[in-house]
Design a protein around this ligand. Structure first.
Ligand code: HEC
Ligand code: HEC
Length: 545
């Protein structure tokens, strides 16, 4: 194992940067520019929405001034130009006091006096949706984002390379970033080159055959590699993060007993804090794991994570916008409700959004029953890696089992997140860690399955299933053999009839092929024996949830 030794400490730097596979830069269409956006009543006022869109949890991708100055590789247009960012699937936004540089939703400035300011992502980048009805954009707070993560990262790398290679580009870049006096061009070039090398190495580790495309990311696969391969410097721990999942919707998620598509995370406090800390490490967070320290210094901003979490607790599902999307048919809804009670409610519970402290139970459905694509579950379960320097340390730093020489990467991730949390001045955490342990349903040993959560507001977050393999609700109610085999993702136009995203190709879409590994649209054969009239009744009812 390779160790980097600095002043007797082994410094482990984790910077997860997601890989780009075969990706093409799309041209943004004109209607993706800035224009009035509609917001639905989902429990957040405008101030809360803006705060959440631009509060950093400690994600540090590249220096902030670089991102502001960076041009697109082939042109003099800025990388952060709205049309370009929209082509990568970001939701563009206007400048205001929370967002002085007019960055898209979820792209944030992480300010740090010691190490400088960085650009990073926050939760809103992946957990904010947008649909369009007749050209009107509707923001979906906590909805599924359509960003193409790997393409974004690949595009940043290409732009950095072009900046180094093209002297004119570089001199414009240097002019813009050179705010403090005395910085030499060679130093900046060296820093750019170093970052390019780091990104390329990271891409190689996370290479996959099947592209993620718009709206998906293998979050678990990537964080496993970040810790088990990059942080611990154990190349043989590498495993392709090849089971991307849809960015799940976050309304009601804080009220569920378990989260993640495979129900692998208990959600009782401090569960959400753990999840969020892991996310922060996964999305360009940094952490050092010294050999002689029990807790780990990191870029995670715990108090911001806490306030983000509190706001997500208040979030409710969006209601079908009848003024734009058309009135609902009361007769069909009544018939659809009966069908729902017969075929769906045993797994997808009802939600009372007026109950602010609602407790919701997800129904974990064994893989053998639901029959959807197993790859995400397989990768998560059947996976052991070498523990390296973490061998023998306690799972939860101050409590828990000793980590064996080989283990599930989730243990290493959990341990590192715990070490990062304990490093912060937050004394009460120690006390509740034992409780967390006793709540943990040991997902490693449970039967594999996917979770069925309440589906209120689901009209606004296509495509469906954990791997995003079904474009509309109507298609999901067809037998799997009759569902679309291929379609396009990234067109935000709402299909108000079949309910979902219009699956046709536009300059902004990526191709989805259900025949590829991990992309199967099989399974979930519930309600699929209904006749067509009944299907439309059920679709109408689901619009009303
Ligand atoms: C880079 C994209 C990205 C960012 C940023 C991100 N998430 Fe996620 N999140 C995901 C993906 C992908 C999943 C699905 C993981 C899985 O189960 O495979 C997920 C899952 C979740 C879930 C589980 C939901 C459920 O119903 O199962 C919660 C809760 C969540 N994220 C909250 C957050 C919070 C809070 C933040 C900010 C601290 C955040 N996420 C930042 C991509 C992201
Ligand atoms: C036996 C349990 C079960 C029944 C019954 C069931 N579902 Fe599901 N449902 C699931 C599971 C599990 C998932 C997640 C599967 C996956 O993502 O691979 C799911 C996912 C979904 C999704 C996608 C959610 C998303 O965020 O993408 C929709 C929509 C849905 N179900 C609708 C229905 C409807 C409508 C019915 C009744 C006709 C129904 N389900 C019956 C278990 C069930």
């Amino acid at each position: 194992m390779k160790k980097i030794t600095t002043h007797g400490l082994m410094i482990i730097q984790i910077e997860i940067i997601f890989l780009c596979t075969c990706l093409v830069v799309h041209q943004a269409s004109a209607n993706q520019g800035l224009q009035d956006e509609i917001f639905l009543a989902q429990g957040w006022d405008h101030k809360t929405r803006q705060k959440l869109s631009y509060t950093s949890f400690g994600s540090r991708f590249i220096p902030y001034t670089w991102f502001i100055a960076l041009e697109q590789p082939e042109t003099r247009e800025l990388f952060r130009d709205n049309r370009h960012m929209a082509s990568l699937g970001f939701i563009t936004a206007q400048a205001d006091e929370y967002n002085p540089d007019g960055l898209p939703v979820g792209l944030v400035r992480d300010s740090d006096k010691k190490n400088g300011d960085y650009i990073g992502l926050t939760c809103a980048a992946c957990h904010t949706g947008q649909v369009s009805i007749q050209g009107k954009r509707i923001r979906i707070d906590g909805g599924q984002s359509l960003i193409d993560f790997t393409e974004f990262e690949h595009a940043v790398l290409a732009a950095l390379k072009a900046t180094v290679a093209d002297p004119e580009k570089f001199s414009r870049f240097f002019e813009m970033i050179n705010t403090s006096e005395g910085i030499k061009t060679e130093i900046v070039k060296g820093q750019l080159q170093q970052r390019i090398v780091e990104l390329e190495r990271h891409y190689a580790i996370n290479k996959t055959d099947v592209p993620y495309g718009k709206g998906r990311l293998d979050a678990f696969g990537q964080i496993f590699n970040a810790i088990a391969v990059e942080a611990l410097h154990i190349p043989e721990n590498t495993r392709a993060p090849d089971a991307p999942t849809s960015y799940p919707v976050l309304w009601d998620a804080s009220h569920l007993n378990v989260v993640q598509w495979n129900a692998s995370a208990p959600n009782k406090e401090p569960g959400p804090l753990f999840q969020n800390a892991i996310t922060a490490l996964a999305v360009f967070g940094t952490v050092s794991v010294p050999q002689d320290k029990r807790t780990y210094e990191s870029s995670i901003r715990i108090s911001n994570l806490g306030s983000i979490q509190r706001e997500f607790y208040q979030l409710v599902a969006p209601q079908w916008p009848t003024e734009l999307a058309g009135a609902l048919d009361a007769k069909k809804i009544a018939a659809g409700k009966l069908l729902y009670n017969q075929h769906c409610v045993q797994c997808h519970n009802y939600v009372d959004p007026a109950d602010k402290k609602r407790k919701l139970t997800a129904v974990i459905t064994p893989l053998v029953d639901v029959g959807t694509d197993p790859l995400m579950n397989d990768n998560f379960k059947n996976h052991t890696v070498k523990s390296g320097v973490l061998e023998g340390r306690s799972l939860m730093i101050f409590a828990g089992d000793k980590i064996p020489a080989e283990t599930n990467p989730l243990d290493l991730v959990t341990h590192t997140a715990a070490g990062a949390l304990f490093n912060q001045p937050w004394q009460t955490f120690k006390a509740i860690v034992k409780e967390y342990q006793s709540n943990n349903p040991a997902p490693k040993n449970a039967a594999p399955g996917y979770k069925a959560r309440p589906i209120n507001g689901i009209w606004a977050s296509a495509p469906y299933l954990h791997n995003g393999s079904v474009p509309t609700i109507y298609d999901l109610l067809l037998p799997a053999s009759e569902r679309p085999v291929t379609f396009y993702v990234g067109n935000i136009e709402l299909d108000v009839v079949k309910v979902g995203l219009a699956p046709n190709q536009t300059p902004l879409t990526t191709f989805f092929d259900t025949r590829l590994r991990g992309n199967s649209n099989a399974g979930h054969e519930y309600g699929t024996q209904l006749n067509d009239e009944q299907r439309w009744e059920l679709v109408e009812y689901i619009k009303s949830l």
